[in-house]
Design a protein around this ligand. Structure first.
Ligand code: ADP
Ligand code: ZN
Length: 720
């Protein structure tokens, strides 16, 4: 039996939503019963609604305590756009404005008042509250970012301490405390400091289902990958870097590539910072490149991606920072670029700390970040485990779940590597060992006479990157040690010797190249994107007219629904999630008109296309591939083409493979004997589309990488 059966109707009427998010309904019910409440929900969980809806359903004023001016203004603007009587009091107002707002409050014209703690508790304002209590009643106190009350939290604000007196002065007014971060210690502190009476405690799961988590190796291609993520969608994004310098460099690069990006860090003036932030919130720029100084109090719900270009210091901050993506519940991407170079940098700065206890904690936290980045388990399982929440894995929305890495036996390679460390007397770092293994002719190696070691050149079958991957994994699994003196000299331990004596096997999770994730119904998806683009422009125009952030008009999720459903009448429009009664009457017509004109244009276009129907191949060879192809057609051999074009034969093989994949007439039979083709094909069928090395390992030395590459290309073509 539902205690308040009409709650969903009120939710739709005031806010336009059809359903409560997990936990919200119960919290609203408790609030309507005048209970004290402690609400712990992740960012984007929907905390505000937990006190906003009760505020509208209960008589009297609800007072919301909020620490940041920007946050207050955002929330009030969003509420007003749902025709809800909300206002704020803070230092940005002049005395005349303050007086007229207080007047409105005392005469019951306001349902929600946002106010900073120091103003609320001031000698001047408390008497105003007394009057409100007498004349219109006090419905609730809502304490947002309640962890600010605790010295044990990460964001203690002394002003919050004064709130202790609130319960003393107004013992009958129920209090709702809300926060996104709370360890047990902070939770107890909040309850104690605010004097909550037998509070009903709600702790939501910290699992953010709509966020896609991935780790990518950080290397010379990382910038183009960042650019790709930025260009992949139209929405906003945040890119975190470790230092101001990096922030500025990356911003500049992006701007050169015509991305609307701005910087945010402590080196800018207050004015510049707040201007940049406003531009970001209002969608005047799309990308904010920032140090971690940016983000606290940014309520922007439609951040579509958060990229960490550098390693975060601990998992908690990674969770909070990446969690700024997708507050609106729409799919969003969190990408972390991981490199051992970054680990070194952070290790170095940890070593500068003088307090040994601090050092220890920092090292442990760094270890956890590395384990997260290197882990092959579901990223959610690792993250949530960190917060003490058990998650079964298989989330289907992280890289490890979508592209599980096959575990391979690398015992032989490990033996080669470790014995190379042993033979060079445990005096060198990773790169040197790899050079020896791969038979480098560098002077250092010849001078040391290491080209005479039995391990010299026995590792040519693996790339330097593959050896690095192995080395890191050995370090990770504790099968090898590394000195801490800044030189990272590799050292053997008891386990290393077990491996070398074949008493212990070594397995390695080998990353696969993620397949392109084309959404099904690509055409439909493109159409939705197209229309969304237009609706976005309309939204931006309306927002600018009112000088509010675009999401205040409609969220991305609502625009997406418009583009998918393409309503034809106001009634249909009003049914969309995110369209409440007020927004329907205010904006319905304009958005309907835009959708209709899109449909008309679309119809005209389809007609035109059908008249000039030609099959469009989207896989054209590139110019350089085409030059190779021309020579190939003239009958030249691979070697001859390579000579003529002055490139290596592997490059020509690469071109020919890509040409095969792009369905160009390259005859595989001339390049790879039939029986070999068959064998290779069978192995790929079993292993799937993976890199050449593991395929070759299955096939043995008789098969060259070139042959495998060519057959794999044909195999790929067949899969399309
Ligand atoms: P928090 O304060 O917990 O980080 P917010 O209160 O800002 O989160 O809510 C996050 C977003 O989710 C907001 O944009 C809000 O409008 C939206 N939202 C809240 N409740 C619902 C709901 N029941 N259905 C759909 N969207 C919701
Ligand atoms: Zn997962």
């Amino acid at each position: 039996m539902l205690q308040y059966p009409q709650l969903e109707q009120y939710l739709k009427y005031h806010f336009g939503y059809d359903h409560f998010r997990p936990g919200q309904r119960q919290i609203v019910e408790d609030a309507l019963q005048n209970r004290d409440l402690m609400v712990i929900m992740p960012t984007g969980g929907g905390k505000s609604l937990c006190f906003q809806l009760p505020a509208l359903l209960k008589p009297g004023l609800t007072v919301v305590v909020s620490p940041l001016i920007a946050l207050m203004q955002d929330q009030v603007e969003a509420l007003r756009n749902n025709n809800i009587a909300a206002t704020f009091l803070n230092s940005s107002l002049n005395s005349h404005q303050v007086r007229s707002r207080e007047e409105a409050i005392m005469t019951g014209k306001v349902k929600l008042l946002y106010v900073a703690p120091e103003r609320l508790m001031s000698e001047r304002f408390l008497p105003v509250l007394d009057v409100v209590k007498e004349k219109v009643g006090l419905a609730n106190f809502a304490i947002d970012e309640a962890h600010c009350v605790s010295e044990w939290g990460h964001d203690f604000r002394p002003e919050y301490r004064q709130l202790m007196l609130l319960k003393k002065r107004f013992p009958q007014v129920p209090t709702i405390a809300l926060t996104a971060t709370a360890t047990d210690r902070v939770k107890a502190d909040i309850i104690d400091q605010l004097g909550l009476k037998q509070p009903s405690i709600h702790i939501a799961s910290f699992n953010r289902q709509n966020l896609y988590y991935e780790i990518r190796p950080k290397n010379s291609r990382s910038y183009s990958e960042i650019l790709e993520i930025v260009r992949e969608n139209e929405g906003s994004g945040i890119i975190y870097c470790l230092t101001r310098k990096k922030v500025d460099e990356l911003t500049l690069k992006l701007q050169k590539d015509k991305v609307a990006a701005l910087s945010y860090h402590a080196g800018l003036t207050d004015k510049e910072r707040s201007e940049n932030q406003t531009k970001f919130i209002r969608d005047d720029v799309r990308v904010m490149v920032a140090t971690i100084a940016f983000g606290m109090g940014i309520n922007k719900p439609d951040v579509r991606f958060v990229i960490h270009a550098d390693l975060p210091r601990n998992l908690e901050s990674y969770y909070q920072e990446s969690g700024r993506a997708g507050r609106d519940g729409e799919p969003s991407r969190c990408t972390l670029f991981f490199s051992f170079g970054d680990v070194k940098t952070i290790e170095w700065s940890i070593n500068q700390k003088t307090d040994p206890q601090e050092q220890l904690i920092a090292k442990q936290q760094l270890r956890q970040v590395i384990d997260y980045a290197e882990g092959t388990d579901c990223r959610r399982t690792i993250q949530l485990g960190y917060f003490g929440e058990r998650f079964p894995g298989n989330c289907g929305n992280c890289d490890n779940c979508r592209y599980p890495k096959p575990v391979q036996d690398w015992t032989i390679e490990a033996m080669k590597f470790l014995s190379c460390v042993a033979r060079s007397k445990e005096r060198y770092g990773m790169n040197y060992i790899i050079d020896v293994l791969r038979g480098s002719k560098s002077q250092k190696i010849t001078v040391n006479k290491h080209d005479q070691l039995s391990t010299y050149g026995i590792g040519k079958d693996k790339t330097a990157d593959e050896w690095k991957m192995l080395c890191r994994s050995l370090l990770h699994q504790g099968l090898l040690e590394q000195s801490n003196d800044g030189y990272s000299v590799l050292k053997l331990n008891a386990l290393s010797w077990e491996v070398m004596r074949k008493q212990r096997s070594v397995s390695l999770a080998v990353p696969m190249k993620p397949k392109l994730n084309l959404e099904d119904g690509g055409v439909k998806a493109a159409e939705v994107e197209d229309l969304m683009h237009r609706l976005r422009s309309l939204r931006k125009k309306l927002a600018d007219e009112q000088a509010v952030p675009p999401y205040v008009i409609f969220h991305d999720s609502t625009l997406r629904l418009m583009a998918q459903v393409q309503p034809k009448t106001l009634e249909e429009f009003g049914e969309l999630s995110g369209v409440g009664s007020y927004k329907l009457s205010e904006y319905g017509e304009q958005f309907l008109t835009e959708i209709q004109s899109y449909r008309i244009e679309k119809a005209a276009q389809i007609f035109k296309n059908s008249q000039s129907l030609s099959s469009v191949a989207n896989d054209y060879p590139s110019d350089t591939e085409y030059s190779t192809f021309e020579l190939y057609q003239q009958g030249f051999s691979v070697q001859e083409i390579a000579d003529k074009r002055n490139v290596r034969t592997t490059t020509i093989i690469r071109h020919l493979s890509d040409l095969i994949e792009k369905n160009q007439p390259v005859d595989l039979n001339q390049l790879v004997p039939l029986d070999k083709q068959k064998k290779i094909w069978q192995v790929i069928d079993v292993l799937g589309d993976i890199s050449l090395t593991p395929i070759r390992e299955h096939l043995g030395q008789d098969y060259s990488f070139d042959e495998i590459r060519l057959v794999r290309a044909k195999w790929r073509k067949e899969q399309k």
